[in-house]
Design a protein around this ligand. Sequence first.
Ligand code: PLP
Length: 374
Amino acid sequence: VEARVPIPRQNLRVPGPTPVPQQVLDAQAAPLINHRGPEFSAIMKRVTPRLQYFFQTTSPVLTYPASGTGGQECALVNVFSPGDHVVAIIIGNFGTRLAKIATAFGLNVTKIEFAWGEAADPNVVESRLKEISDYRGVLITHNETSTGVTNDVKTLAEIVRRANPDALIVVDAVSSLSSLPLEMDPWDLDVVFTGSQKGWMIPPGIMMIAASERAWEAHKTSKLPRFYWDWSSTRKNLEASWQHPTTPPVSLFYALDEALEMMIAEGREEIFARHVKAGEYVRGRAQAMGLKLLSTDPRYASNTVTAIRTPAGIETKAILKKLREEDQIVLADGQDHMKGKMFRVGHLGYFTQTDLEQAMDAVETRLHELGYQA
Ligand code: PLP
């Protein structure tokens, strides 16, 4: 076997997993407890209303041991039935994945697709929805992590409601919730889910999901097969005993409990403001270097992740390698057809301005070393 080497300390600037504060890592290292005991219930009793506060919902927020993709599957199987017609609004890789999962489960999917780098244009969505009939749901990505673009979910949801008041609005908020404003109840969203490794300052492993009254009604008659993801049993356990139907990742809940304490202390609006500043800073630095963003319209540029086109003549792999090996700064490559053509800088969750400055200074230095001239 390969020799074990210490895990490096890096400036981890991928859009998830994101750095975890030392005090959260310390909390996570506490001894294990019984997940059927009073100590674990006490954690869930504290964590759940705080999650509702960040989701901006009075509905219960359910938690599952899972990644974000689990959230995508969980959202669909709990409210739809085989053959149901859904509209998928797609602006990148994760919107495509949600549509693929819907297809895999036998839903009839109509796509409204936009080019990578663009947000869903509300006028286009409105006119397309007029041509589409009998759909049960609309699938929307809040923040498209593959392109660094944030959709205007509030406006899109208003358009869907006008076009089809009963449609279920399913929102993938994996790389946005807790970092960018998203108001589940005020915007009348039906299913919203997120992942712990993004804005929540804890490791991967907890998926959080909430459903509106309308979605709970749909859940009662929805026929897609499910067992692990079944909301009814998860909610029943939460309401009866502040526990889960299966074994939860206990240590991650220690982490979530501590991270939420820090997030409440910082303040929800202050967290949003910190992310706005981060997005503006990273985009500003990239553009000042003469680099091109993938995002085509500044109104929709993401404040959790920035996608930068790799300049001509530079290999994406080479710049990422240099940054990782010489600066201990880790950025992400592009995905799917954009792999090798761009790189992404994550700025969500736990970071300081200095972390971002170091990353962008190093990008500038290493690009020039590789021959880049603005
Ligand atoms: N949806 C979005 C918007 C994401 O950013 C991601 C992951 O980056 C996912 C879904 C899938 O999450 P995971 O990789 O945790 O399964």
